[in-house]
Design a protein around this ligand. Structure first.
Ligand SMILES: N[C@@H](CCC(=O)N[C@@H](CS)C(=O)NCC(=O)O)C(=O)O
Length: 212
């Protein structure tokens, strides 16, 4: 399996993280997304006419959506990661695409100088963080630490990168204690790997259990 990858891309990191958690070895081919824009090269456009990263190639199969890549890895290696209710998982994968369009775009704006309506994308990201905070707080009341279950699914992995990187786009995670606990739970999973910008500090203070 070959992953065409950019090390600072949240969407690429989803796939690297999923593979690492499943213990699956993938060949990572670095694409110079910034500043060279090699994801728009003739070679990459032949593989993915949308000109986006990541791209995952498994034999004859070429996947260009990170959600499909997570599904593919889980189906092949650990179907329990698909979750018990595929429709619920699909809804969270769509939600994760919205996180990419909001928090992810704010980060690309701030870090790589992408053009964006920065106030709007930050507002949209905050709306999504509030939704996650509510869901994850309810889950904690039920004794469950992840978005849909007591165990993680591809829904959690799809959402994690753009949430964890939100401060790079000027969106603080301080108001979301349940989200920060969820991030700690993901970080604690066996096989977890870092990416540049996933700062441990964002999860630390104030400790949610002690908040008054
Ligand atoms: N739908 C895609 C979105 C991935 C995405 O946003 N990729 C960014 C890099 S993080 C990209 O390639 N942007 C270039 C562009 O849109 O032209 C997925 O989740 O796989």
């Amino acid at each position: 399996m070959i992953l065409y990858d950019y090390v600072l891309s949240a969407s690429c990191y989803k796939v690297r993280l999923m593979a690492a958690l499943l213990g699956v070895r993938i060949e990572v081919r670095a694409v110079n997304f910034h500043p060279a824009r090699d994801h728009k090269s003739a070679e990459m456009l032949a593989l993915n006419p949308q000109g986006t990263l990541p791209v995952l190639v498994d034999g004859d199969l070429v996947l260009t959506q990170s959600a499909d890549m997570l599904r593919h890895l889980a189906r092949l290696h650990a179907p329990q990661w698909l979750g018990e209710d595929p429709r619920q998982t699909d809804r969270w994968l769509d939600f994760a695409a919205g996180l990419n369009a909001s928090l992810g775009m704010a980060r690309l704006h701030d870090v790589l100088g992408f053009d964006a309506d920065i106030d709007q994308v930050r507002r949209d990201g905050i709306t999504r963080l509030r939704i996650m905070e509510e869901v994850l707080t309810e889950q904690r009341f039920e004794g469950m630490g992840f978005l849909t279950h007591g165990a993680p699914t591809i829904a959690d992995i799809a959402c994690f990168p753009n949430v964890a990187l939100a401060p790079d786009g000027g969106v603080s995670l301080d108001p979301y204690p349940s989200v920060r606990l969820w991030m700690r739970a993901i970080r604690s999973l066996p096989g977890f790997i870092e990416m540049p910008g996933i700062h441990r500090l964002h999860e630390m203070a104030p400790a949610p259990e002690r908040a008054r």
